[in-house]
Design a protein around this ligand. Structure first.
Ligand code: GAP
Length: 447
């Protein structure tokens, strides 16, 4: 990462903490390596992303249903899935001098990136997070925190198929936490050991797998673009044979141009019959599809879309970040400053509307503004603010990406209208108070 990009990441990390998006975990104990907590605005941002994904899958596509499966499963699941074998292991190298450990693929030559010492020969390191179930910590009580949410979907394939009377092609979606004992977590929330995935498994006839694979690559790329991520910051990377995960026949990564380089944010995989066949074999329970019409019995292929909710939140945050030198509002005080604006798509923005009285010492303005705020907050995430000048209040909202600010002024007392200021165009429109909820609903709601 060059200095300019490092500086940009530092500014985003600092804004994330200062304005309540993302905090380092266990901070009062000196922090805990690569763990993060979402603050009041961060949780709204991530929840919006998850809700938008869920709605996209279940409401805007046919034949997709959702589940929420357990994090702890039989350890046999991870034998069948291949995660306990070499397939889900990174190559780890250790420095002979400082004993720092690295993934082999992140070191350039045979030298330690931290102290320059010689590196020892690589060893395989399995990424599954081990834990014990019950009071006795012995071999028999070992299980693992799930490393991907999709396994819970495969285990419930038959339950969902039968209970929902689904016909192929159909999909099962799930959002939830996954855990991997990453050797080198880093780049803020990009790579962590605990993270959330949004995964959808689409069950298809084998001969239609290629068609659906292409379909989902396009759908998923467009999802980011439709929610405002700049096209030029997104690209598709078709994985080569060497890059494919142990379960995949073909895979495309959606990559984002982070300040630290082009990196994967979502994978679309053709998993073939790997999962259902292996779980059938290991469990002795046949997981197949019977076509009533053609009387055929076959193992469906699976096209998977696998996105990270944390990586998603980071992408939306970085892509929205803009600095305006000299101020956008051209007021005397703004001219001296660098203004920060988070240009979130309104559906993604954590706070949808802020309400201000023009002056805080005019009781009628304050009362009316509070009444409007109380009414709006039943419908949208809203904030009330009466501190400092109006210009400063606008800038505070710009910094957290609030798309609309409502100001109650003296005219409001006479004609029952307010000004609504648009974060991006800076235009102000007078809107009757009675129409305010529907005005905003049209622009920021997705329920
Ligand atoms: N079920 C397939 C699967 O898990 P993956 O490519 O290993 O595929 C899918 O992961 C997505 O999960 C990634 O594109 C990323 O968004 C997210 N992800 C994976 N490992 C992560 C980590 N250590 N930290 C944050 N997100 C991660």
């Amino acid at each position: 990462m060059n200095e300019e990009n490092r500086d940009l990441m530092d500014k985003i990390i600092s804004l994330a903490k200062r304005r309540g998006f993302i905090f380092p975990s266990s901070e009062i104990y000196g922090g805990f390596s690569s763990s993060y907590d979402y603050g009041p605005l961060g949780v709204e941002l991530k929840n919006n992303i998850k809700r938008l994904w869920w709605k996209e899958m279940l409401n805007y596509h046919d034949n997709i249903v959702g589940i929420d499966s357990a994090i702890l499963m039989s350890p046999k699941v991870w034998q069948a899935s291949g995660h306990l074998s070499a397939g889900f292991a990174d190559s780890l190298v250790e420095c002979s001098k400082c004993h720092h450990r690295f993934r082999e693929d992140v070191v350039q030559n045979n030298r330690c990136p931290d102290c320059g010492g010689e590196l020892m020969p690589p060893r395989k390191f399995n990424l599954m997070m081990k834990t014990f179930v019950g009071p006795v910590e012995d071999e028999a009580s070992i299980t693992y925190l799930r490393a991907e949410t999709c396994q819970g979907i495969y285990l419930n394939y038959e339950n969902v198929l039968n209970s929902m009377r689904l016909k192929i092609p159909f999909g099962i979606a799930q959002i939830g936490k996954s855990f991997r004992n990453e050797i080198n977590p880093g780049n803020f929330t990009y790579r962590t050991r605990e993270f959330e995935q949004m995964e959808m498994q689409f069950f298809v006839r084998p001969e239609e797998a290629e068609k659906w694979f292409q379909y989902w690559v396009e759908q998923r790329l467009n999802w980011y673009i439709n929610l405002g991520i700049k096209k030029e910051n997104l690209r598709i990377h078709q994985q080569t044979k060497d890059e494919l995960a142990h379960y995949a026949r073909a895979a495309c990564d959606i990559e984002y141009k982070f300040p630290f380089g082009w990196k994967e944010i979502e994978g679309i995989h053709n998993r073939g019959d790997w999962d259902l066949s292996n779980h059938s074999r290991y469990s002795g329970h046949e997981l197949v599809y019977f076509d009533e019409k053609t009387k055929e019995k076959f193992t469906p292929y699976i096209i998977e879309t696998s996105a990270g909710a944390d990586r998603g939140a980071l992408v939306f945050l970085i892509d929205a970040y803009e600095e305006v030198k000299g101020g956008r509002t051209q007021t005397t005080e703004a001219k001296k400053e660098v203004e920060i604006v988070l240009k979130f798509h309104p559906l993604v923005a954590p706070i949808k509307v802020a309400v201000f009285p023009l002056l805080k010492n005019k009781e009628e303005l304050v009362n009316l503004a509070k009444e409007i705020y109380q009414n709006l907050k039943k419908h949208f995430m809203a904030q009330y603010d009466e501190i400092d000048s109006i210009g400063r209040r606008y800038r505070r909202q710009d910094e957290i990406g609030t798309p609309y600010c409502v100001t109650v002024d003296f005219q409001s007392l006479e004609d029952k209208t307010v000004t609504v200021r648009d974060r991006d165009s800076l235009k102000q429109e007078r809107v009757p108070i009675d129409n305010l909820t529907s005005y905003l609903k049209e622009r920021v709601n997705f329920e």
